[in-house]
Design a protein around this ligand. Structure first.
Ligand code: AMP
Ligand code: MG
Length: 267
């Protein structure tokens, strides 16, 4: 899975990454769905261990263009994980109070505590994505943020957080198909936002902004993964594998019970 990680300090060209790639799983969609169920179970067990050990903090950042699959990822990848152990935080347009603070303020309040998994549905990266593309602050302000974000994340990691960042990479053609499907299905109209069409017109600007994010903020301590996301089953599989591998790598252990539990008699 190293294949999808962005090497720190590298200069990737996003246009060379294929959103339809499925090269790490040869057995097709049906088998992938079976494999995902196994991974869901493994993740469930690892999450319980994480909670019991009460040591590590897990932060998962999801970024994507509209229809990129952030919601679907949360629904499918975390199936089987105890809802008590995960928290999803969605970052929307900042409130006036949030705008009066620095952009990390609302984010820092939501970072995971010991034993907790937190999923960011959008994140502080919006402050160098939508904010940059729409020039909501001048360049001299947003251009300093890559370094600030790296330092913020470094602090979190030094304090016991494990950070995984996923860019769900879809093609503009796939976005068109997904928007079209929403239009054609009345039960999906609530998801259709006319503003999404305006954002879609800015696709090249967004890709440039994403490319800069990937190049400037994939670090040894908080790597970015570019997940091919035109195929939902493949996207889910790649993300689930990376999370399970990362959690296994923490070598967590159940804490010892109180001394002499073997002597206890329950009357
Ligand atoms: P959605 O995820 O579709 O519910 O939409 C949330 C909206 O909030 C998206 O259009 C984001 O671009 C926008 N958003 C999130 N964070 C920020 C931010 N820091 N500044 C401006 N807009 C933001
Ligand atoms: Mg939207």
């Amino acid at each position: 899975m190293k294949r999808y990680s962005v090497k720190p300090g590298s200069r990737i060209d996003l246009s060379t990454y294929d959103p339809k790639d499925k090269s790490t799983f040869a057995d097709g969609k049906k088998e992938a769905k079976k494999r995902l169920i196994e991974l869901n179970q493994e993740m469930g067990a690892l999450q319980e261990l994480l909670y019991a050990e009460h040591k590590h903090k897990i932060l998962i950042v999801l970024q994507a263009m509209d229809t990129g699959g952030k919601d679907g990822t949360i629904r499918h990848v975390f199936e089987g994980v105890n809802p008590q152990g995960v928290r999803v935080v969605s970052f929307k347009v900042p409130t006036p109070e949030e705008l009066d603070h620095d952009y990390i303020w609302r984010v820092h309040k939501q970072t995971p505590a010991k034993g907790e998994v937190v999923i960011f549905n959008r994140s502080h990266y919006e402050d160098v994505l939508v904010v940059r593309v729409h020039q909501l602050v001048p360049e001299e302000v947003w251009s300093k943020r890559y370094k600030q974000i790296n330092e913020f994340e470094h602090m979190l990691v030094e304090e016991g957080t494990t950070i995984l960042k996923f860019f769900l990479h879809i093609s503009p053609e796939e976005q068109k198909a997904r928007l079209q499907a929403r239009l054609e299905e009345p039960s999906k109209h609530w998801k259709f936002n006319l503003d999404d069409l305006k954002e879609r017109k800015l696709w090249p600007q967004y890709m440039q902004a994403y490319q800069d994010v990937l190049n400037q903020t994939s670090t040894e301590w908080a790597p970015w993964y570019i997940v091919p996301a035109d195929r939902k089953w493949y996207r889910n599989l790649v993300i689930a594998r990376l999370i399970v591998e990362t959690l296994e790598g923490l070598k967590m252990k159940y804490p010892q019970g109180e001394a002499a539990l073997d002597q206890v008699v329950i009357e």
